[in-house]
Design a protein around this ligand. Structure first.
Ligand code: AMP
Ligand code: GLY
Length: 424
């Protein structure tokens, strides 16, 4: 069948890489795609916010399956409109996509279904939000409701920071004058991915990412500076606990609301001393977690994604390579603040030819046949290895082959996993 993948980041390059290898895929189109994706699929210049245009393209190119990478089109109801047009789509419809689109929606489900998460208050009124802060004190966590590209969260260690965060939200800095204020939780974080057809849950592999921009997990939060899979802290027992106490009740909740969730449910967990707790849901694969999951996936991705849409997940299992996969995100200097676009990146061919290495593009473009930086997170240097150390050494050896003085990356991706491995 012909497949249309929506998106343009490193996650979509990794998904395109796996989809294009599927025996079920005849032609793969990616809208809008990026220069890395152009090497394995056909990029199409579609306005993804124009759902009628997407549907018209699917009819013209005989697309049998649409896979949505990022959250925004799902929150905007692309899956609903494709379903109405009779086109199969991987990714939840607008109502269940609120699990990512609205932190308040998720929190209310957690309360109703007794899903372990931080205690919280939900506010549309600034005075009430400030009063809640005063009543609970710091450390405390303030979140803008709605999509904010990972940047609408403040973990406030003192009251001044907390109050400033509330002021920012009600000054509509994040596009929504509504906030969730929640209890500060302590523990290691892990990303847990589950495919669901609305009824059955098929857990995928675990991963950990690095949200802070600087080495030693310092500096501001970002979309993700690197990731690895598996996450050694997610033992099989913790995976089962997260599945049973967090993910399955959520799937049941959406079914009870008669809006079953179809797609990948990405649970951001924090492993507290009282067990795993939900920090947030995303209604899509992680970026950069998808890059490492795809490097370890042994089975056919298209078969798995189609089974979600067909309500047939109970008939499937999924296998992973025992290898560790690790990705280092290379960013343009200045990220997560303002970045300079337009610098040239050299040496990608040599780097991607190294053993066990794949380079996924994110914010790149081309000019006269050269690769040019065109965003904040620009490249994902991804490697597989038998151990964390091997994967890490391979990824950084590839990073060092890349000639891009205007870029930077963290040098300590997987430090926790490496410490665990070497203390064994
Ligand atoms: P989110 O966008 O909700 O994933 O939050 C971004 C980051 O803020 C998370 O990855 C955590 O590191 C941190 N965070 C969010 N909620 C909490 C919480 N309740 N306690 C401690 N840290 C949190
Ligand atoms: N890496 C975290 C995310 O995709 O939201």
């Amino acid at each position: 069948m012909n497949i249309l993948l929506i998106g343009s980041g490193g996650r979509e390059h990794a998904l395109a890489w796996a989809i294009s290898a599927s025996p079920l895929c005849d032609r793969l189109f990616v809208a809008p795609g990026n220069p890395g994706i152009a090497q394995i699929a056909r990029n199409v210049d579609l306005k993804v916010t124009d759902h009628a245009a997407v549907i018209a393209f699917c009819r013209d190119e005989n697309i049998g399956f649409v896979v949505v990478g990022p959250e925004a089109p799902l929150v905007a109801g692309l899956a609903d409109d494709l379903a109405t047009a009779g086109i199969k789509c991987f990714g939840p419809t607008k109502f269940p996509a609120q699990l990512e689109g609205s932190k308040g929606f998720t929190k209310d489900i957690c309360a109703k279904y007794n899903i372990p998460t931080a205690a919280y208050g939900r506010f549309r009124d600034k005075a009430a939000a400030l009063a809640y802060l005063d009543a609970h004190g710091a450390p405390i966590v303030i979140k803008a409701d709605g999509l904010a590209a990972g940047k609408g969260v403040t973990v406030a260690m003192d009251m001044n920071t907390a109050r400033a965060a509330v002021e920012d939200i009600f000054a509509a800095k994040f596009g929504s004058a509504e906030c969730v204020i929640e209890e500060f939780l302590e523990g290691e974080e892990a990303s847990f991915f589950v495919l669901t057809d609305g009824r059955n849950a098929l857990p995928l592999a675990t991963a950990q990412d690095h949200k802070r921009v600087g080495d030693g997990d310092s500096g501001p939060n970002t979309g993700g500076m690197g990731a690895y899979s598996p996450a050694p802290c997610m033992t099989p027992a913790l995976c089962t606990e997260a599945l049973e106490t967090i993910v399955k009740p959520t799937i049941r909740a959406l079914r009870d609301m008669e809006h079953p969730y179809v797609g990948v449910l990405f649970a951001g967990l924090i492993l507290t001393k009282n067990g795993p707790k939900l920090i947030e849901y995303n209604c899509r694969f992680g970026d950069p977690e998808a890059q490492v999951l795809m490097m370890r996936l042994k089975d056919d991705l298209v078969t798995l994604l189609l089974a979600c849409c067909d309500g047939a997940l109970d008939k499937l299992s999924v296998r992973w390579l025992d290898d560790v996969a690790l990705t280092v995100v290379m960013c343009a200097k200045g990220y997560p603040g303002d970045v300079m676009k337009g610098s040239e990146i050299r040496g990608l061919e040599g780097a991607s030819a190294m053993e066990g290495v794949e380079i996924f593009h994110a914010g790149t473009t081309t000019k006269d046949g050269r690769i040019i930086a065109n965003g904040g997170r620009v490249l994902n240097i991804t490697a597989r290895g038998a151990t964390v150390r091997e994967a890490r050494d391979r990824a950084y050896a590839a990073v060092d082959r890349i000639d891009w003085p205007e870029g930077f990356c963290r040098r300590d991706i997987a430090w926790r996993a490496l410490a665990r491995e070497e203390n064994r």
